[in-house]
Design a protein around this ligand. Structure first.
Ligand code: SF4
Length: 428
């Protein structure tokens, strides 16, 4: 183990980095952590970084520590004040370093130094296992969930107008939400009894669930065996009965069920679909359950022979024109709340006919995130917002398209100067 005092100036950074890398390579240091300026200037430094270090860019400044800390002989950490933005640089090799990184990114996320999207990004980039006690990462607090019209005062809007339609890089501090355990802004918890899926339409192209499933599979987590091969879903679905049972007891405002799979996937047996709905039905709490599928025809058929309780909201994904047919299937779904997840919105679509005829009770719109996010035109989202206003359908605008929407662009996003986070009015 070694201790380093990283020099303050960029000119001497190369010396520190070389020394750190050498210590680790020669086994004299286990893991070295440095908080360094976000500046890779200089070919030499860039090479050292890319070849020897894990780097984690922080979305806000860490406090200045005069003293380094160490825990159980694992970490040698020096934290220095920086002037160009922060990134943590970690030197180390092997499983020990990997396990340390897994804990580190989790803790950074829990403390708000990296967002949920960044957490996912680093877990993917460095092949880190997610926390296994929870399928889905926590996120910084999201704004409270108003029902009815948004509270912010409207400003003059230019929906569909000729002005600049790109999202403005403004950031808004989110107010804390009560008891939210998920980064999905419109839900408060996720429960995933089914594991695995298969891609079925353009919205699935960059499905984040694949990476999570691959890591769980590698860790031997229950239900994930055989779900992923060559970085893609195999179509094998694992079912974990204990998680099905969790639906009987969970208490949370809006529970998103199977956020990492598809409840109506063809490989899921009728008995397992029924078990999930039985569990939600039996739950005695006031929890609402949100189911969303891309296998809308099966959901419609299922609902003909099952009394879906009002607390189960049945939704379909429609992010492009070729998926609009799912709204016709949704029309046949026997459920009180029927909704559409327009995520990721990939092109201009017209859902107004299904708003006008009462098929859809709630609309969620969001752009794609991640390193390969596809762009979303502002006008596409505005068009849907306008249609929802016209037909008095609650509208939830989740995010613009960006690598990390909560960090890179306006968040929460606005249309007409307003944050749109409406929910369906629950039936009496
Ligand atoms: S249906 Fe959902 S979980 Fe399945 S591949 Fe598509 S995006 Fe992923």
């Amino acid at each position: 183990m070694g201790w380093f005092n990283p020099p303050y100036t960029i000119r001497t950074w190369a010396v520190f980095l070389e020394k750190a890398a050498k210590e680790v390579a020669e086994g004299r240091a286990g893991i070295l952590v440095g908080l360094v300026p976000k500046d890779d200037s200089g070919e030499h430094i860039g090479q050292l970084f890319s070849e020897n270090a894990y780097r984690i860019e922080l979305s806000r400044q860490l406090p200045f520590f005069k003293k380094a800390t160490k825990k159980k002989g694992v970490v040698c950490a020096h934290v220095v004040e920086t002037i160009r933005g922060n990134q943590l640089v970690v030197f180390g090799k092997g499983g020990k370093t990997r396990r340390f990184l897994e804990r580190l990114v989790d803790e950074l996320h829990a403390l708000g130094f990296i967002t949920a999207d960044q957490l996912r990004h680093y877990q993917e980039q460095y092949a880190l296992a997610p926390r296994l006690q929870n399928d889905e990462p926590k996120d910084p607090p999201v704004p409270p969930a108003p029902s009815g019209p948004p509270p912010r005062s409207p400003q003059s809007g230019t929906v569909g107008g000729g002005e600049d339609t790109s999202p403005k890089p403004r950031k808004r501090k989110a107010a804390p939400a009560a008891n939210s355990k998920t980064g999905i802004a419109w839900a408060t918890e996720t429960v995933n009894p089914f594991k695995g899926c298969s891609k079925v339409s353009p919205e699935c192209k960059h499905c984040y669930a694949v990476g999570w499933a691959a890591r769980h599979q590698a860790q031997g987590s229950r239900g994930y065996a055989g779900t992923v091969k060559d970085k893609t879903f195999t179509g094998t679905i694992g079912v974990v009965p204990e998680v099905v049972d969790k639906l009987r007891l969970v208490t949370s405002e809006r529970v998103f069920v199977n956020s990492m799979s598809d409840t109506f996937h063809a490989k899921v047996s009728d008995a397992d679909v029924r078990a999930v709905f039985d569990a939600m039905t039996a739950n005695p709490s006031d929890s609402q359950f949100l189911v969303c599928t891309k296998r809308a025809d099966r959901m419609a058929a299922f609902s003909q022979g099952y009394v879906i309780p009002d607390k189960v909201w049945c939704g379909v994904t429609v992010g492009c024109r070729e998926s609009l047919h799912r709204l016709d299937d949704l029309r046949r779904v026997k459920a009180k709340i029927r909704w559409v997840s327009v995520e990721p919105l990939l092109e201009e679509i017209d859902i107004e006919p299904w708003l006008a005829d009462g098929t859809v009770n709630w609309v969620v719109v969001g752009g794609e995130s991640g390193p390969h996010h596809r762009p979303m035109d502002k006008a596409w989202a505005e068009k849907i917002a306008r249609a929802c206003q016209k037909h008095n359908v609650p509208f939830f605008f989740k995010q613009w398209s960006a690598r990390t929407p909560k960090k890179d662009v306006e968040y929460p996003p606005t249309i007409d100067g307003r944050v749109w986070q409406q929910y369906p009015v629950m039936p009496k």
